[in-house]
Design a protein. Structure first.
Length: 236
């Protein structure tokens, strides 16, 4: 479904690749010396494909027991002898397609499903709907853990800066700092290195930049095409 790409040994893509392998695929992968009953099929939607192709090669996937990668929205062969790992977006279209695979009990698409969702679809409600505020601390702690884990994986111990206007921003910044401090107890050399300057982590709420969500792209090329007369990629 995608080209095999050269592995990057450092940087965020390498970190994401390890998370996908270890947290999504490997828990359901075969173990050396076992039979084929533990092989899986990987099913992805458009966003899942984009993320996987940006950081994983087909060899990465196949090495963990994935025998086939399928598009959720294309016609697929029934393989009810195998379990499937779904790496999809939690929206209505993808969930309905997932449900269709198991709607007919006499003709199941796969033996079982392991479902992993992309994006936090309820995050807007959690942070901005007063009726959902009771859940905000657990959500913030979860996000802080993710951010701190990324920093640790990259070997960074950043200075945490935040916009104090919005309470959730303050809570998140404080939670991230607490997680980082806890990590530094176990890994005292984090963030250190010859000639290394301390990185900056800036925490902002969506209200700091209201324009980005309504822009279809955040590149100069798209802005030029939107606002200037371009013919054959040339501005006259």
């Amino acid at each position: 479904m995608w080209r095999s790409k050269t592995k990057s040994n450092t940087g965020l893509k390498a970190v994401v690749r390890q998370i996908i392998i270890n947290d999504v695929i490997k828990p359901n992968s075969i173990q050396k010396g076992t039979d084929n009953k533990n092989h899986r099929v990987l099913v992805v939607d458009q966003l899942g494909t984009k993320i996987l192709s940006s950081c994983c090669s087909m060899c990465d996937i196949c090495d963990e027991g994935i025998i086939l990668v399928e598009d959720l929205f294309k016609a697929r062969e029934q393989l009810n002898a195998y379990e499937a790992v779904y790496f999809i977006t939690p929206n209505e279209t993808s969930i309905n397609a997932l449900m269709d695979d198991f709607s007919n009990k006499k003709k199941l698409m796969y033996k079982a499903a392991h479902v992993f969702s992309l994006n936090c679809h309820d995050m807007f409600q959690t942070h901005y709907n007063p009726l959902h505020r009771k859940n905000i601390r657990s959500k913030i702690n979860h996000i802080a853990q993710q951010i701190a884990t990324v920093c640790l994986s990259l070997g960074e111990y950043p200075s945490v800066r935040y916009r104090s206007y919005y309470d959730s921003t303050v809570l998140l910044a404080q939670a991230v700092q607490a997680k980082l401090d806890a990590y530094r107890v176990d890994y005292p050399s984090i963030g250190q290195g010859l000639g290394k300057t301390r990185s900056q982590l800036i925490v902002l709420d969506r209200g700091f930049d209201c324009m980005s969500p309504i822009l279809h792209e955040l590149t100069y090329q798209s802005m030029v095409c939107d606002n200037l007369s371009i013919t054959d990629n040339v501005y006259k």
